[in-house]
Design a protein around this ligand. Structure first.
Ligand SMILES: CC(C)(COP(=O)(O)OP(=O)(O)OC[C@H]1O[C@@H](n2cnc3c(N)ncnc32)[C@H](O)[C@@H]1OP(=O)(O)O)[C@@H](O)C(=O)NCCC(=O)NCCS
Length: 170
């Protein structure tokens, strides 16, 4: 049986091995890593999927504090979701969905910060309401595909139309 537990309970070296298997060893050059450079992971929102019987790590989801800085220099805090990773042998068995569902249950319901991620719109749009609508005027600290820059607000509050995403440095 698969359980969802805090990622902080997992040996960081096991998480690195999982991320290498899901994304390749050259993953550190990705724009997503620059986006949250220097930030500490949000431990309360970072989760692991483990096989309870075999005590094996199957998947992980991490969250980071980032912000969108608008043209007036005002920072709008957001939560970056990712990487989301499931070991290739265990993909398409519902583990990704279980981790994201558990994360969404942890988000403040009355005043949620927007969730931002770089990912497949077919997956994250279909199951979790992420959309690239509204992110077209945002810039990132590296190359990105506009259709994969996704946001989920959870409120009716409008997002800034333009701005630069980066680490949340107060
Ligand atoms: C993307 C990922 C996290 C999804 O987790 P998962 O456990 O494999 O997927 P789930 O079992 O929860 O979801 C299964 C459903 O999603 C669909 N799906 C899975 N990955 C998909 C993708 N990348 N794009 C579109 N649909 C996808 C499956 O077809 C399936 O749909 P169905 O139920 O209609 O057959 C996982 O496949 C993975 O780690 N991939 C490699 C790393 C990656 O690309 N991460 C995302 C960017 S941060």
């Amino acid at each position: 049986m698969t359980s969802i537990i805090p990622l902080a309970e997992i040996d960081p070296q096991l998480v690195e091995a999982l991320l290498d298997a899901a994304f390749g060893k050259d993953r550190h050059d990705r724009t997503a890593y620059k986006l949250r450079e220097g930030m500490d992971m949000l431990e309360g929102l970072s989760l692991a999927a483990v096989d309870q019987e075999k005590h094996e790590l199957l998947g992980s989801i991490q969250c980071w504090p980032i912000a969108l800085t608008d043209e007036k220099g005002q920072m709008h805090p957001m939560i970056m979701v990712g990487p989301v990773a499931v070991y290739p042998d265990f993909q398409r068995e519902g583990i990704g969905r279980a981790m994201m569902t558990a994360l969404l249950a942890e988000i403040q319901p009355d005043d949620p910060l927007p969730l931002v991620m770089i990912g497949d719109p077919e997956y994250y749009g279909r199951f979790f309401g992420f959309t690239a609508e509204g992110t077209g005027g945002w810039t990132l600290p590296g190359p990105w595909e506009p259709s994969r820059l996704l946001v989920r607000t959870g409120t009716d509050n409008p997002l800034p139309a333009t701005g630069r995403l980066g680490p949340w440095t107060r």
